[in-house]
Design a protein around this ligand. Structure first.
Ligand code: FE2
Ligand code: FE2
Length: 283
């Protein structure tokens, strides 16, 4: 298809750098040997190539600034950090299905963390790439607390799961929040574009995150949260089909399901599970 379909005659004239065009054909002498038809065809090819170049070099996505993100605060009836169970991105919230009397991790996955595609995808990748069971479990749980609350989700998430999972998995969940802000080429982790989008391209992590990073760099378990961030990067595929089934064995081995049900075992995080279970309670 000729470029003329896409650009008006005037635009074509404006876009062509005559010297570059003539040089691309082998110089003035070469052009003088061409007949009118050949020159017209060459121009069209040249323009098509130019157009392809322009498309390829298209403006990169324009990320917001921190100030622009801050300006959105007063455009919403809720705060940005509220857990996904407590708000709706489209219209009113809906009646939420009741949890069984003695809810298990599976019940929470089905009724409160769903669809949970992101965590399932990240754990699937951890499993496929042969990571330790503690890491697979950490990946499976690393963002589940976002149903409850969003700011400091690493710390909240670790606290939610800590009474029930291996220490290394809780460590990985707690600190993935910090390490996601810091690239690690050797581990295959780069700063994600998504953070330019949600925090602003000029965002600087606060001091407590910088201090935590410094602590983690020298920690013997550095790679635990680092591997969660590595799997995190590749877990946003809208077409991936994932389920919790492949993780049944790992959950069985490493998640201490309380017999009373999550929320009713008087653990240090039982109240968090209850809040998730009954999000419509007024007080
Ligand atoms: Fe996260
Ligand atoms: Fe994540």
């Amino acid at each position: 298809m000729g470029v003329a379909f896409l650009l008006s005659a005037q635009e074509v004239r404006m876009e062509v750098d005559r010297r570059a065009f003539i040089a691309s054909l082998g110089g003035v002498a070469a052009v003088n040997l061409m007949d009118h038809e050949a020159k017209a065809e060459a121009l069209e090819h040249y323009m098509e190539d130019k157009l392809d170049e322009m498309v390829a070099a298209q403006q990169p996505e324009k990320f917001p600034t921190v100030a622009e993100i801050e300006a959105q605060i007063e455009t919403r009836p809720f705060r940005r950090g509220v857990g996904s169970v407590f708000t709706s991105s489209k219209g009113n919230v809906k009646i939420i299905e009741k949890m069984p009397d003695k809810p298990t991790l599976h019940d929470f996955f089905r009724l409160r963390f769903a669809p949970a595609n992101h965590v399932l995808q990240s754990a699937t990748r951890a499993l496929k790439t042969g990571m330790s069971e503690e890491i697979v479990l950490a990946c499976l749980l690393h963002d589940c607390v976002l149903s409850l609350i969003k700011p400091d989700h690493g710390w909240w998430g670790a606290q939610l799961f800590e009474p029930y999972i291996p220490e290394k998995s809780a460590f990985a969940i707690r600190y993935h929040q910090t390490l996601r802000f810091y690239a690690d080429d050797d581990a295959g982790y780069e700063y994600p574009d998504q953070y330019y989008r949600i925090f602003g391209h000029d965002y600087q992590p606060p001091q407590y995150i910088a201090d935590t990073y410094k602590m983690l760099k020298n920690h013997k378990w550095y790679m635990e949260p680092r591997l969660v961030t590595v799997n995190d990067l590749y877990a946003f595929d809208p077409n991936a089909k994932v389920s919790i089934e492949p993780f049944e064995d790992i959950i069985g081995r490493h998640f201490k399901q309380p017999k009373e049900g999550l929320g009713y075992d008087n653990s240090p995080s039982a109240h968090m599970w209850r809040t998730l279970a009954r999000p419509d309670n007024p007080l």
